[in-house]
Ligand binder design. Structure first.
Ligand code: SF4
Length: 221
């Protein structure tokens, strides 16, 4: 199956979905993104990484910034902070350049490495888009760069991570098709959530389905 462009979802949404399905739905289905300090800081780091599309050559490395990517199979699109193309006989030709080149995405993040898969999922999805667009074969690893540690970490793009990306995107497309914002149980992660001011009052006000039914039954004469 292939998705039409009008049904493409944002690759960046994967990290939000991994953090909390409801956060993703509020931000991407209901478009209620709440710009706060955390997200603003993230944007600044991203802006430095890709002001606009650009490319430069450093030795046997071509560095492309702000490269737009998409996948019809996954139904996603987005922008890679950086894609490094390394000169390699196993690579692909690039228009206007001699030789062949192997692509490797590098994603920039504020903060330090997370315990969750959120950043790795986004990065893996970018690599899967590049594989489909460039027909470059399997990209074995990619990199995450963290602002707080100022270091890059290699991320193996193995089958379990790829299956997780595919599974999550299938779930996101289903919620998107139904235009449905799921209810979830609040957790301690809510404290760090940039949408808690929008989400929690609504979540608590709504109460559980059981409480609602009980309340309505109690109102019956
Ligand atoms: S406040 Fe909690 S439940 Fe609501 S969107 Fe954020 S993380 Fe999810």
């Amino acid at each position: 199956m292939e998705y039409d462009e009008e049904d493409f979802l944002s690759i960046a949404g994967l990290q939000h979905f991994a953090f909390c399905r409801r956060q993703w739905a509020l931000a991407y289905l209901e478009m209620q993104w709440n710009e706060n300090l955390r997200t603003a800081e993230g944007h600044i780091l991203h802006e430095n990484a890709h002001d606009a599309f650009s490319a430069e050559k450093r030795g046997d490395l071509l560095i492309s910034r702000g490269m737009a990517v998409f996948s019809r199979k996954l139904g996603v699109n987005g922008v890679c902070d950086v894609v490094e193309f390394k000169a390699s006989p196993a690579g692909i030709p690039i228009f206007g350049r001699d030789g062949t080149w192997l692509p490797v995405p590098v994603e920039y993040k504020r903060g330090s490495p997370k315990e969750t898969d959120a950043d790795r999922l986004q990065l893996c999805c970018q690599a899967m888009c590049l594989e489909e667009m460039l027909l470059c074969g399997r990209i074995a690893k990619a990199y995450l760069y963290y602002g707080e540690t100022a270091r890059r970490t290699a991320v193996p793009l193995d089958d379990p991570l790829r299956e997780k990306v595919t599974g999550m995107l299938a779930e996101m497309h289903e919620l998107y098709r139904r235009n449905y914002t799921p209810r979830v149980k609040p957790t301690k992660s809510c404290n760090a959530c940039s949408l808690k001011g929008l989400c929690l009052p609504r979540l608590y006000r709504a109460g559980s389905a059981a409480e609602y039914t009980k309340k309505r039954l109690g109102e019956l004469p």
